[in-house]
Structure formats: C-alpha cells, structure tokens
Design a binder for this molecule. Structure first.
Ligand SMILES: Cc1cc2nc3c(=O)[nH]c(=O)nc-3n(C[C@H](O)[C@H](O)[C@H](O)COP(=O)(O)OP(=O)(O)OC[C@H]3O[C@@H](n4cnc5c(N)ncnc54)[C@H](O)[C@@H]3O)c2cc1C
Length: 436
C-alpha cells in the first residue's frame, strides 16, 4: 500500500514559522516538504545567480530546520508536473498545500497547470494568501513524521549561468532565516529610529532601511511576522516621536507591499526603438551622470539600492534615454536580490509609463541628486574616479574647469564619461518622442 502524504510545496516561503500551508498539512497527517528546482524558470531573462544564491542559502537552513523536526526537505529538479507524476507513482497524495503567488507570467501559468493537475487527479489543492496580516500566526509544527518511502532526489546546483558576473555579487545580502531575524531585531531595536529621515538618503539608507526585502520576497520571514513585530513595537509607551513617525512610515510601506501582492500584473514587452549604446552605458553605470552611475554600480555590486534610487534609475532611463520595456525591467530584476515580480512590474509601470510625467530637466536632476546624496558620499563610495573631485562639482563633473579636472585627476571624457545626453537639450527636444 502506498504511503499517504500531504505535500507542502515551498516556493517563495522558505521557512517553517508562520507557514499556514505547513501548519495545515501537518495537522492532517504525514508531510512531504517539497522544493522543486525548475530549469525552465532559471532560463527566464529576469532571474540571476544572486537570486539563486539567496534561495540556496535559505534552502540549506530550511532543510536543517525540517530535518530537526523529523523530515528533511525533499529537493527535486525538473518540470513541476513531472515531479508530481513521480511522487504520485510512489505515494498516495491526499492534498497539495502552497502559498498563493502573484508572480510573473511564467509562474502564473505554471501554478494554473499545477492546479489543473490536482483537479485531474482528484487531489485537493489548498492555496493560502501571504497577505492576511490580521490573522494569528501559524505555529511551526513540533515534529514531522519521517517518510518511509524512498524518493529519488537531486542536490541543489551551486549556481546557474547569469549575465551578472559572480564576483559582482559578493556584497549581496545573505539568505536564510537566521539572517532575517538578525535584521528584524536590529531594525526595531536601533536601526529604524531615523527611518523616516534617512531612508531616502542614498548612503544612510543602507542601514536605516530595514533591508528585509529579499527575506520577504523569498519568505524566510512572513509579512505577518514583520507586521506583528511592528505592532508590538508601536505599543511600547516609551517610544519617542522620532520612532513613532519612522514606524508609521514603515507601516505604510508594508501595506504597499501587501497591495502590490494582490494586484494583477503585466510584465512589459520589448520596445522596438531601443538605443543599445544608451542601454549599455546605463546598465554599466557609465552615463556621465554621477548619481545615476553610482546607483547602478551600487546595485550591480550589492543587489540593493533604496526606493528613490531605483526610481531615479528607471525615470532617467525612460524619460532621458528613451529606454523602455522588457530589457530595462529584466536588467533591474536580475540586479535586485529582492526581485518580487508584483512590486517590480507595478513600480516600473508607474514610473516608466506614459502617464502624466514631466520631462526631467537638468535642474530637476540636480535637485534630486542633491537631495539623495547631499555631501556626495555615495558618489565617492561607488565612483572611485571622482574621489578627488571637489564637492561643488560632484553632481556635475562636466562643469569642472580644465585646471580642476587636472588637479582632481579626473579628465572628463577620459577618466569619467562625458554626459551621454545633454539634459538641457534632451528636455527640450525629447518632449514629443519620450512623453507623448
Ligand atoms: C523600479 C522599482 C522596482 C522595485 N522592485 C522591487 C522588488 O522587486 N522587490 C521589492 O521587494 N521591492 C521593490 N521595490 C520597492 C522598494 O524599493 C523596496 O521594497 C525597498 O527598497 C526594499 O528595501 P527595504 O526592505 O530596506 O525596504 P524598507 O524601506 O525597509 O521597507 C520595508 C518593506 O516594505 C516594502 N516596500 C517598501 N517600499 C515599497 C513599495 N514602494 N512598494 C511595495 N512594497 C514596498 C518592502 O517589502 C520592504 O521590504 C521597487 C521599487 C522601484 C522604484
């Protein structure tokens, strides 16, 4: 007789705590905790080695935790329906439990296929929303019964091919529940106090933002766990005004995440008139606009920049360089360790869409640049070629007189590029082409 099991399919929810599918499955019988490495997913142009690194680290911890409970993670490779067929040949599958996912078109279609497979085979399909913040947290199971049936498993690959080089990713955030809990603790204990003031500054945001995004995207922490921690911190009567304002601002962002995850998305298609030269310069941080270049280089190296910097990267590309569509979205998706399709594509649509956006003028760019990086510390951190440029010229090095260029060891056009577009002219000329 086949062993009767309840499959818990882990995707972007790599934890056992506050995991409603696992909690439910464990209350019904034997659990088969499943992670499937899907080669077709890892061929998509929006994924990268840094995503896999984060996931892989998180899976290792998840596996250790599940093993302690009695049943290690079952790791398989292949197309999900074939994996399910393999499991069905060995087990009696009572039900399949998973979290709902507002993913990209590929994952949405794959999830529909799984649901259809369950219906065809008379297997219950139970999907749980990751956004029910008011509900109680689902306790982790105390133990899991070990499965008796042998399962053909594959190890986790070390890496997948990627456009971004591996050594660029060495500053990216580490995965795993332990790392997530450390960040959660330090944010609510100390780092978050000046969140409202500093989260918009390019350099200070590194420590004053929570940095929880990749952990929320891959589910080493649940949104509800963060939300409950926020509520309990807000209930502290000794909280000063700075903390209160910061935590309110943080709460607004958590709500934004929840909203995004529940809104259907459409991934952009490739644009027809695409200037490859502009794209290459933007993509490598060589446009001649220092803050933009510093932002891109920081992103490539660390997998993260704050919200205003992401917004600048997108608006500059679309409004000044006329770059739209899939390639833009894909490059950023590959760079962001926290890539979450629902948020990513909605933000891109808002920022790069043809809505009511004014042409960005040089004065506007300089105003934004000064607000994001008032002393130019971020630029100096990421653009070593501008290290000796006086502060007065950091945001517009092209305006340096020749003698200052020589003194700063930064010759424009040799050590650092000339601006790729003249914003004064671009603002005038491109109005029709870029914004109508
Ligand atoms: C073009 C563009 C693309 C983006 N792509 C992603 C993405 O792929 N994944 C992602 O998690 N965030 C994305 N964001 C939103 C935001 O920039 C990041 O969530 C944030 O910078 C992550 O850092 P943090 O965790 O320290 O955020 P914090 O400032 O500490 O905020 C806490 C949490 O709130 C949520 N949040 C914050 N801002 C937003 C927002 N505007 N919309 C929805 N949720 C938000 C995130 O989950 C974040 O972890 C994008 C923003 C832009 C402009």
């Amino acid at each position: 007789m086949k062993e009767r099991i309840h499959i818990v399919w882990f995707k972007r929810d790599l934890r056992i705590h506050d995991h409603a599918p696992l909690h439910q499955a464990a209350s019904h019988g034997k659990v088969l905790p499943l992670y499937v490495v899907e080669p077709d997913y890892w061929q998509l142009p929006c994924v990268s080695a840094r995503h896999w690194r984060f996931i892989r680290q998180s899976l290792h911890e998840l596996n250790t935790t599940l093993s302690r409970l009695g049943q290690p993670l079952v790791k398989m490779q292949g197309e999900i329906l074939s994996v399910l067929d393999t499991l069905q040949a060995r087990f009696e599958i009572a039900a399949l439990y998973a979290h709902e996912e507002n993913g990209n078109p590929w994952t949405n279609t794959r999830n529909q296929h799984v649901q259809q497979w369950c219906t065809q085979h008379g297997i219950a399909w139970q999907a749980f929303s990751p956004c029910e913040l008011a509900a109680e947290r689902a306790p982790a199971p105390a133990r899991l019964a070990a499965l008796q049936t042998r399962i053909p498993q594959q190890g986790l690959p070390d890496t997948f091919g990627t456009v971004l080089e591996n050594d660029e990713a060495r500053h990216c955030q580490a995965g795993g529940r332990n790392e997530a809990l450390k960040l959660l603790g330090s944010f609510f204990r100390e780092r978050g106090q000046h969140y409202q003031r500093d989260s918009t500054l390019a350099l200070a945001a590194n420590s004053s933002c929570s940095r929880l995004s990749p952990h929320l995207s891959y589910g080493t922490l649940s949104l509800r766990e963060v939300s409950h921690k926020l509520q309990s911190t807000l209930e502290n009567p000794e909280l000063d005004e700075t903390w209160q304002q910061s935590l309110q601002a943080f709460a607004t962002n958590l709500q934004a995440r929840c909203q995004c995850l529940q809104t259907p998305i459409a991934a952009p298609t490739d644009a027809t008139d695409f200037n490859q030269g502009y794209f290459a310069a933007w993509q490598t941080g060589m446009t001649g606009y220092p803050l933009l270049d510093a932002g891109m280089r920081a992103l490539r190296s660390s997998g993260w920049v704050n919200f205003p910097m992401r917004a600048l990267l997108v608006t500059f590309a679309s409004k000044q360089l006329g770059l739209h569509g899939g390639k833009l979205a894909q490059h950023l998706a590959q760079c962001f360790t926290d890539y979450e399709p629902a948020i990513h594509y909605q933000q891109l649509q808002i920022l790069a869409g043809n809505g009511d956006v004014k042409t960005q003028r040089l004065s506007t760019y300089l105003k934004h640049a000064a607000a994001l990086d008032p002393q130019g510390d971020f630029i100096r951190r990421w653009l070593p070629e501008l290290a000796n440029v006086p502060e007065a010229y950091l945001h517009q090095p092209w305006a340096m007189p020749w003698s200052v260029q020589q003194q700063s060891a930064c010759i424009i056009g040799r050590d650092y590029p000339e601006p790729i577009v003249d914003l004064r002219r671009a603002a005038h000329n491109s109005q029709m082409k870029l914004f109508d």
